[in-house]
Design a binder for this molecule. Structure first.
Ligand SMILES: [Fe+2]
Length: 381
């Protein structure tokens, strides 16, 4: 397998052993399919015409996503209103570029419209129609879509059964949602006893529309991954699609770790790179900035480095929990996370060299490299 260089790695056939119904469906549409380990800038990605959806689009199938999660980019021309589409599965949308509005409804029922801008994140609920509208007069809008459609097609390999562009009444939705409440402000997830729910050390927020992930500020210290980084989890009510965002300070890097496949990571703010590798194999270096997309392959270690002058944020969309791997369990940490004291000196050397090229120096305290239980304090970010 060749190691691609981000943008430009178009492949008509995914570089893999198995082909799934979802692969055949993508091929049949004739849209570009980008493969590899990362996309350096989705804003510059060449797209193809998708007549049925009235827009240009491309699939991004990075290593490890095959048969599990789908990511694709679509572009809405200035002032355009796209045709209504109804999906029988949940889809999360992240706004890579531009601004616009989305209307969500079910047949014969109320409609909910909301406006989005760059770095907005929202859910398109299954069994509901959605319609996109670019509200800008001259700029196209670029959206990143994330869903579990490949898994659905493995269970029931009939693509036409799950996507409808027909306004008709056939196949009435099974769900009765309160769309006004659903797209209201996200809320901190609580248990029935009104206690705050914590998941893997994050606080968890429930919502269907997050207006700006570059400014979302409900993060809490994530001691385990180092660098004084903070994180937060977002869940979409009634959906299994999960996500989390981490923010870590300028001139620091997080500990290497690994887990299961199918995550998609976007960068709301910051500049840096990630190193990804399968144990004892060659490393892939993925540079990132706003507009980048990264997927750590199944059980590959990966490590995120902030070489910019500002805090960096990465936002990860998760596959179903069955694919999560075991990285978050305490007993597996020794196998699935590399502490600073155990890492190869080359990791620190590359980081310091990258900073030096920018006239910067590392802010990782020297004692973090010598004290296994080094305690981070929340960074002033
Ligand atoms: Fe990760």
């Amino acid at each position: 397998m060749t190691i691609p260089t981000g943008n430009g790695a178009i492949s008509s056939a995914p570089p893999r052993r198995l082909r799934f119904t979802h692969d055949r469906w993508m091929d049949a549409l004739g849209l570009p399919i980008y493969s590899g380990y990362y996309i350096e800038d989705m804003r510059g990605l060449q797209l193809g015409r998708w007549e049925e959806r009235g827009c240009d689009a491309a699939f991004i199938q990075l290593e490890g996503q095959q048969g599990i999660t789908e990511t694709r980019v679509s572009e809405i021309p200035p002032r355009a209103v796209l045709p209504p589409v109804r999906l029988m599965f949940d889809e999360v949308v992240y706004v890579v570029q531009g601004r616009g509005a989305t209307t969500v409804w079910r047949s014969g029922s109320e409609r909910k419209s909301f406006e989005w801008t760059e770095n907005s994140m929202f859910l398109l609920p299954r069994h509901h129609f959605h319609q996109f509208n670019n509200t800008h007069g001259s700029r196209p809008a670029r959206l990143l879509h994330y869903n579990y459609f490949p898994l659905l097609l493995s269970a029931s390999p009939d693509p036409e059964a799950f996507i409808s562009t027909n306004r008709g009444e056939a196949g009435e939705p099974l769900r009765q949602l309160d769309l006004q409440a659903m797209y209201a402000e996200p809320a901190l997830k609580t248990t029935s006893s009104e206690e705050v729910t914590w998941k893997r050390g994050h606080s968890v927020w429930l919502g269907s529309f997050f207006p700006d992930m570059s400014a979302w500020d409900k993060l809490t210290l994530n001691q385990g991954r180092g660098a004084g980084g903070r994180s937060v989890a977002m869940e979409f009510p009634g959906s299994e699609i999960g996500s989390h965002m981490s923010m870590f300070p300028s001139r620091t890097y997080k500990k290497a770790h690994r887990h299961g496949p199918g995550r998609a990571i976007v960068i709301p703010t910051g500049e840096g790179y990630s190193v990804m590798w399968e144990e004892a194999k060659d490393k892939v270096v993925a540079p990132w900035k706003p507009g980048s997309l990264i997927t750590p392959p199944n059980r590959w270690f990966h490590q995120h480095f902030n070489v910019g002058e500002k805090p960096a944020r990465y936002l990860a969309f998760h596959p179903p929990l069955q694919f999560d791997g075991h990285a978050e369990k305490i007993e597996d940490r020794a196998r699935d996370q590399i502490e600073y004291v155990d890492e190869e000196p080359a990791v620190r050397e590359r980081f310091e060299a990258e900073l030096a090229r920018r006239g910067l120096t590392s802010l990782i305290p020297p004692s973090a490299y010598t004290q296994r239980d080094f305690e981070w304090t929340p960074a002033a970010v």
